[in-house]
Design a protein around this ligand. Structure first.
Ligand SMILES: NC(=O)c1ccc[n+]([C@@H]2O[C@H](COP(=O)([O-])OP(=O)(O)OC[C@H]3O[C@@H](n4cnc5c(N)ncnc54)[C@H](OP(=O)(O)O)[C@@H]3O)[C@@H](O)[C@H]2O)c1
Length: 263
């Protein structure tokens, strides 16, 4: 696929999945603008791709639309940045909840609003939201994260309908457990036998497919997580009892402990 002459803005570009997405878009010929909140973390990738960097802390409301403005007219927006926000609700301070809602949900909404205006005028563009299987299945220790990721799903589906027929596509991607790099891999938690993983490159491939084919949703997850996501739409209690039976609570506690510093 040739994305030559297209400009793509990727948020959270220094993260495990964001970097893979940026590399894939660059490899497909797009001009990539990398966004993140730390210049030093973005520099190696920016140099490797010859990409411009726009610094923005997405928990700072004034920085969110400024990020899109500074990127210039974009044909592709990949709203990827997020906090893991894992753990039981009662372990969160109010400002940590606000930060999660701002970075994971409010920022993608406001950035999509800012980017979609120009895309609609030019009659072309694609907005990709990186949600999570936690945007379809609620598990222990994911109340805040799932609130943001389910929210992103509803927003994206509604936005897709708003933009139908304008030449601007909207796709949401739902990764399951991702190995090698990213917020789950960073925890070093070992998953129970039978729980599979995918790679950041699988998610990046899904982004390219989203832009090419404009599906509403793509799940990038091992079979049992994809099935769980499907079943959860029919019966949450069924999926919750399966999770409990296979040790979901203990795994959730280990992941939350390892991610607590990222709140
Ligand atoms: N990894 C998985 O297993 C998995 C599974 C399902 C969904 N996802 C989703 O995939 C996306 C990418 O996650 P990842 O695994 O690549 O995680 P990651 O390596 O932790 O990357 C997250 C990115 O978001 C950025 N970010 C966090 N807070 C920010 C803020 N206030 N302002 C601007 N940027 C901020 C991070 O910047 P800093 O480096 O400065 O913190 C980092 O670049 C997320 O939407 C995540 O929810 C991941």
């Amino acid at each position: 696929m040739q994305l030559t002459a297209m400009r793509a803005l990727v948020t959270g570009a220094n993260g495990g999945i964001g970097a893979a997405i940026a590399r894939a878009l660059h490899g497909a010929g797009a001009t990539v603008v990398l966004s993140g909140r730390r210049a030093d973390a973005l520099r190696p990738l920016a140099e490797a791709l010859g990409a411009r960097v726009v610094l923005a802390d997405l928990s700072d409301r004034s920085a969110v639309t400024r990020c899109v403005d500074e990127a210039g007219p974009v044909d592709i927006l990949v709203a990827n940045a997020a906090l893991p926000s894992s753990g039981p609700l009662l372990d969160f301070e109010p400002e940590q909840i606000d930060r999660a809602l701002d970075v994971n949900l409010r920022a993608p909404i406001m950035m999509a609003r800012a980017a979609a205006r120009g895309m609609r005028e030019r009659g072309r563009g694609h907005i990709v939201f990186i949600s999570s299987v936690s945007g379809k299945v609620a598990a222990p220790g994911t109340s805040i994260y799932s609130a943001t990721k389910f929210g992103l799903r509803g927003f994206a589906l509604g936005l897709r309908e708003d933009l139908h027929g304008t030449g601007v596509g909207v796709t949401t991607i739902f990764p399951g457990f991702i190995r090698d790099a990213g917020m789950f891999a960073d925890t070093k938690v070992t998953l129970p036998r039978g729980v599979g993983t995918r790679t950041p490159e699988h998610v990046a491939d899904a982004v390219l497919r989203a832009i090419r084919d404009d599906p509403a949703e793509i799940t990038v997850a091992a079979f049992e997580q994809s099935l769980g996501a499907l079943l959860a739409g029919i019966s949450h209690p069924l999926v919750a009892s399966i999770q409990r039976r296979f040790g979901g609570t203990a795994i959730a506690e280990q992941i939350a402990a390892a991610q607590a510093r990222k709140r």
